[in-house]
Design a binder for this molecule. Structure first.
Ligand SMILES: [Zn+2]
Ligand SMILES: [Zn+2]
Ligand SMILES: [Zn+2]
Length: 292
């Protein structure tokens, strides 16, 4: 049976790794070069019918397209739809790559919330993407499943996050056999769980019947950024692990991603990476593929 595949095309928080202006060892090695390169988060979903759907529009698009086609064997210049969670830096800073200065695509459907579509319409440097037919606005509704093709669909789920300009969504990718939740950004477990009337992350995931969760792990602890990490939002991984405990056989796979450059989970040999794995959960690497 032909399966669909999701490819993780980036694992970093919006600033990417190395992050501009950082001279610490997380980003710069002793020779003055980059410690590592990691793209902002994005996911490529290749459906059973061969159609290809991209989640997030990052400035590293050209590298991500290469990673994606290496993974799924698909045509590098084929995208059947584009999906955006919210308007923060790394999730949208590749939008202009679809315009005439770069790729200049024709009529790719852009699925986003009403407020995200409105923001593009009202931005003088972005609105031409719609008016010149590069992207076709496809506003979605919170919780309403969108059937994209035979046997696969996407359900946008609103999550509380610093919603200055637009609201924020997670995406549930549904195939006949598997459900994958893509959740790069939310502010706190308290707010997200109360929105869905759930008592803990595990019960929320069970209510969604998810098999695989790509989960916001921006910061390991509130101590990052000289203690400012605790004021920015995003549940820290330490707290998420406390709420989850060890993985049980009935639990979904949870893969932590969307790492700030300061997050020790970027380091394969860190004690924090070992701890996540010892508890039965996973640490995202670029690239990583999931059969759905
Ligand atoms: Zn983000
Ligand atoms: Zn750094
Ligand atoms: Zn954000």
């Amino acid at each position: 049976m032909v399966k669909s595949v999701a490819t993780l095309l980036g694992i970093a928080q919006d600033g990417g790794v190395p992050q501009a202006g950082c001279i610490e060892s997380c980003c710069m090695n002793q020779f003055g070069g980059p410690t590592r390169h990691r793209n902002p988060v994005a996911l490529g979903f290749t459906a059973v019918d061969g159609s290809r759907h991209l989640f997030e529009a990052s400035r590293t698009l050209s590298d991500q397209l290469r990673i994606w086609s290496n993974s799924d064997g698909g045509q590098l210049n084929r995208i059947d739809s584009l999906w955006i969670t919210h308007s923060h830096l790394g999730h949208i800073d590749g939008l202009l790559q679809f315009g005439p200065e770069a790729w200049g695509v024709k009529e790719i459907p852009l699925y986003a919330s009403e407020s995200m579509i409105q923001l593009i319409n009202e931005s003088p440097n972005l609105s031409h993407l719609f008016t010149n037919g590069h992207l076709i606005p496809m506003p979605f509704i919170d919780g309403k499943e969108i059937q994209l093709g035979p046997g696969f669909s996407i359900t946008p789920l609103r999550v509380p996050h610093r919603d200055e300009l637009t609201d924020t969504f997670a995406f549930l990718i549904n195939t006949n056999s598997t459900k994958l939740l893509f959740l790069p950004d939310h502010d706190s477990w308290d707010e997200t769980l109360s929105l869905y009337s759930q008592k803990d992350p595990r019960s929320w995931f069970q209510s969604l019947f998810v098999d695989i969760v790509l989960l916001d792990a921006t910061f390991w602890s509130g101590d990052e950024l000289d203690g400012n990490a605790r004021n920015i939002g995003h549940p820290v991984v330490e707290e998420t692990l406390e709420l989850l405990g060890r993985r049980a056989p009935s639990d979904p796979r949870i893969i932590f991603f969307h790492f700030n450059h300061t997050n020790p989970l970027l380091d394969e040999s860190s004690a924090e990476t070992a701890k996540v794995r010892a508890m039965g959960w996973e640490v995202a690497r670029q690239p990583m593929t999931f059969t759905l």
